[in-house]
Design a binder for this molecule. Structure first.
Ligand SMILES: [Zn+2]
Length: 347
């Protein structure tokens, strides 16, 4: 068994048996109970929402299957008017709604689940919490995703477009079905942002980083692509996601800093075998640190491991760095006068 396989299993066991990238710890029913508690404490203005609540509850339970086709989770125009009252729930300070802040807690994730890059994490509404679209999901746990500010800035209020249209009337559905198999159905769209709670393939390694040797011995990032072993539609969704969130450009900006920290971890490395061993070790710790096989630091380290043709050049950079470190430490030792190191005994 390889070191990488062990690491994958460790990640699964850390997150329980749920084979998703992020384990969702609350159920839609628990969220709904919190919403109902809130409503019961409000005044007369909230009476109307009781009429809508069963339909809101239905969308809560359907969310995990329909997030790919969010058009099916929109409420009817008449219901939306009342559901808008739920928009403000996200800003409520009520103790029973405090769970909504869980994704932003330090240590909840090791890296941003959308881009795989380290950054300060806040909460993103996967389906936008706008008054027009999904105000009813403002405190649904499944819709609250930890995300970095950059991803949120690029995602904004985007959600997958749904092709086709919904015909609710059963008789019209049958007529439409006779005319065309697809005319009354929404088609699954690949133009979507990946969902860290429900896109199961995120628990696997889905990305490959491609590098080339760049200036000053720092390999530069050329591209990030989905693995070819994935289904075609999954690959399309991943490509769209990376493109929409500008992941490649941002990852390129990470390389220089990351590379210098990798070199620091190679103190004392003298041979190609030691270099490879150090890279493997750093990969293992990066995967645990990021909590994901798709953590960018891990992708970059894996790219370095695979590109064995770059290793001799990398080793010469490591040797130069080590020589500089030795010279600096020698210079420090020479500069410190002997009597500073030890206290003279009192006479
Ligand atoms: Zn991000």
């Amino acid at each position: 068994m390889t070191a990488r396989a062990t690491c994958t299993r460790k990640l699964y066991s850390q997150r329980g048996e749920m084979p998703t990238y992020l384990a969702l710890t609350r159920t839609a029913q628990e969220d709904l109970a919190a919403v109902q508690t809130y409503i019961s404490k409000q005044g007369d203005g909230w009476q109307d929402i009781h009429r809508v609540l069963p339909r809101v509850a239905k969308t809560f339970t359907q969310y995990s299957e329909r997030y790919i086709e969010p058009g099916r989770l929109l409420l009817k125009a008449s219901d939306r008017k009342f559901a808008q009252a739920m928009y403000g729930l996200y800003d409520s300070k009520a103790g029973y709604l405090r769970y909504k802040n869980a994704p932003r807690k330090p240590g909840y994730v090791g890296c941003c689940p959308y881009c795989g890059i380290k950054g300060s994490i806040t909460v993103d509404h996967y389906l936008p919490r706008s008054r027009k679209e999904f105000p009813h999901f403002s405190v649904l746990s499944a819709n609250l995703v930890p995300a970095c500010g950059d991803c949120q800035g690029h995602k904004l209020t985007y959600y997958a477009p749904t092709t086709g249209r919904v015909v609710r009337n059963r008789r019209r559905q049958m007529v439409a079905a006779k005319l065309s198999q697809r005319s009354y159905r929404f088609r699954t769209s690949d133009r979507r942002i990946l969902h860290p709670y429900f896109d199961r393939f995120l628990s696997e390694r889905i990305l490959i980083a491609h590098i080339e040797m760049g200036a000053r011995g720092v390999p530069s990032l050329v591209s990030i692509t989905p693995r070819l072993s994935l289904a075609r539609s999954t690959r399309r969704a991943i490509e769209f996601h990376l493109d929409r969130l500008h992941v490649l450009e941002r990852a390129k900006g990470e390389v220089e800093h990351l590379h210098s920290s990798i070199l620091k971890g190679m103190k004392g490395v003298r041979t190609l075998a030691e270099l490879l061993e150090s890279l493997e070790k750093q990969l293992g710790s990066a995967q645990s640190r990021g909590g994901s096989l798709n953590f960018f630091d891990a992708l970059y380290l894996r790219a370095l491991i695979v590109r064995k043709d770059l290793h001799p050049q990398l080793l010469s950079v490591v040797e130069t760095e080590n020589a500089v470190l030795v010279r600096v430490s020698q210079a420090r030792r020479v500069r410190v006068p002997a009597h500073h190191g030890r206290r003279q005994p009192a006479r």
